[in-house]
Design a protein. Structure first.
Length: 123
């Protein structure tokens, strides 16, 4: 898990910070080093299919069955609500996109499937 988080955070450095604590995925968004938003979800509530949206240039982690499993707290507008997906804007290069997609899938499977193991590199 630590190596997966290091890889993800290295690729998303400056824009996002990702952590996992007690089965929760914690995603913090930054703009110009200012904390903009926190998104939190139980990893068991996320669909293990990680989608890349070409239009949004983002990885999409959806909630199982379209439920609103993600708590979003925005700091500038001081708003908290629940949504049905996490959107992570990715670097432009295809190698990074595919590596991040594999890394997030690995992260989700590590929590959802206790016996899951993989040594396959992300890139």
């Amino acid at each position: 898990m630590e190596e997966t988080l290091s890889y993800i955070n290295g690729k998303l450095k400056g824009k996002y910070s990702v952590d996992v604590k007690k089965g929760l995925l914690l995603l913090t968004s930054y703009k110009d080093e200012v904390k903009m938003m926190d998104e939190t979800s139980l990893i068991t509530d996320l669909n293990p299919v990680i989608i890349y949206s070409v239009e949004e240039k983002s990885l999409i982690l959806k909630c199982v069955d379209g439920d609103k499993c993600v708590q979003r707290e925005q700091y500038l507008v001081k708003e908290k609500n629940y949504i049905s997906r996490i959107k992570i804007v990715t670097p432009e290069d295809e190698k990074s996109v595919k590596g991040l997609q594999k890394a997030f899938l690995h992260l989700v499977k590590l929590v959802q499937e206790p016996k899951y193991k993989s040594a396959e590199p992300f890139e």
